[in-house]
Design a protein around this ligand. Structure first.
Ligand code: NAD
Length: 350
């Protein structure tokens, strides 16, 4: 069960949540004493970035719409240079993990505070984890300086998130919760956040698929994503995140889809060694603990998520490389991970 000996280190962040709250972004920027922020995000969301900058009442120094998945180091350097040229005193990152990751990279280099406006369920905005990719290798680290000072969650912004990405991004968030439930440094607070985050997301996703425009469904999903992201920020991730990191980094598989495919297999693998975690996941899914892994796989399929690594572009002959890379790195995990068990897990996911 949850340990009765723990350290809980609360992260100092302000969270503003609700439909229409984007209108308060200017006040939130002002509250931090910022006068010239650089608005960052992906090219696909440039219109949203420009509208966001226009809504800042003269507090936007510019827009940098060049964020890319996994934060390429050259783009991070270009964003940091732009921030310096414009005399920016902070960044507002609008978008998913790629946009927030770029804001964090600028914070890492120049120490500029980040305000995040998330539009997916990835949860990066709640963590002090940064990532940078150079020469095909992704480095990550933890630094309080990259933790956003304020996060403005406006579910209206998620209405345009395509259904497929809503589902896989939602399952990516559920993965944070699941690994938080069996994390070596979980606490009573992270356990509550994880179970409620998973419950809220899993309850909302079917409605999101049916009615992507439904603000209640979108609000439930985003609220769940916030809690799951907070769990990611507060605990140490295990086998699932390690596997997805290796798969994504070595074979350039899409981030959220990879999480969606792999999660039920890791739950099946770890479940017997993590009874309290599967009991909490079972409650979140409304099933018995023993049925949690199967129910999660069923739910992902019903929601239309991809169900195999083959379907998302993984080459079969790459599986042994993944096994070796995962075995080579030490990390906490509730169940022992052997060459045999990991190979079987990956074959099943493939
Ligand atoms: P993403 O940020 O790459 O976004 C995917 C696509 O969806 C982009 O084209 C984006 O423009 C578009 N999009 C986002 N929100 C939209 C919306 N509301 N409407 C329409 N289009 C929208 O994807 P992601 O899954 O959010 O993030 C993945 C990245 O984040 C990975 O690189 C991952 O490693 C990183 N990540 C980091 C952390 C951390 O703590 N550091 C946590 C989670 C994810």
């Amino acid at each position: 069960g949850v340990s009765h000996s723990f350290v809980h280190d609360a992260l100092p962040m302000r969270v503003v949540f609700g439909p229409g709250r984007l209108a308060e972004l200017g006040q939130e920027v002002e509250r931090l004493g910022l006068r010239r922020v650089l608005v960052l995000g992906t090219p696909e969301q440039e219109a949203t970035l420009r509208a966001t900058a226009d809504g800042l009442d003269g507090r936007a120094a510019g827009v940098f719409p060049e964020a890319r998945q996994h934060v390429p180091a050259a783009i991070a350097a270009a964003a940091a240079d732009r921030a310096r040229e414009l005399g920016a005193d902070g960044c507002v990152a609008v978008g998913g993990g790629s946009s927030v990751g770029l804001g964090k990279a600028v914070a890492l280099r120049h120490g500029l505070p980040v305000v995040a406006v998330p539009t997916t369920y990835a949860g990066s905005e709640m963590t002090p984890i940064w990532g940078l990719t150079e020469d095909g290798e992704k480095r990550t680290g933890r630094d309080r300086a990259v933790l956003p000072r304020t996060v403005v969650y406006d579910p209206e912004l998620t209405r345009s998130l395509p259904v497929g990405l809503s589902v896989t991004s939602g399952l990516n968030a559920v993965a944070h919760a699941v690994e938080g439930l069996w994390a070596p440094d979980g606490t009573p607070i992270t356990a509550v956040m994880a179970e409620e985050g998973a419950r809220s997301l899993l309850a909302a996703l079917p409605a999101v698929v049916e009615r992507p425009d439904d603000l209640d469904a979108r609000s439930g999903a985003l609220q769940g994503a916030w809690l799951c992201g907070a769990v990611l920020g507060a605990t140490t991730m295990s086998l699932h995140h390690k596997l997805c990191h290796v798969l994504g980094g070595s074979f350039d598989l899409p981030h959220a889809e990879t999480h969606a495919v792999v999660l039920p297999h890791v739950v099946a693998h770890n479940g017997p060694s993590a009874p309290a975690a599967v009991a909490a996941l079972g409650r979140a899914l409304g099933v018995d603990p023993g049925a949690a892994a199967g129910a999660l796989a069923d739910r992902a399929r019903e929601l239309g998520a991809p169900t195999s690594l083959a379907a998302i572009g993984m080459p079969r002959d790459g599986l042994p490389r993944v096994v070796e890379a995962v075995l080579a790195q030490p990390y906490a995990n509730p169940a022992p991970v052997t060459r045999e068990s990991l190979t079987a897990l990956l074959e099943a996911a493939y």
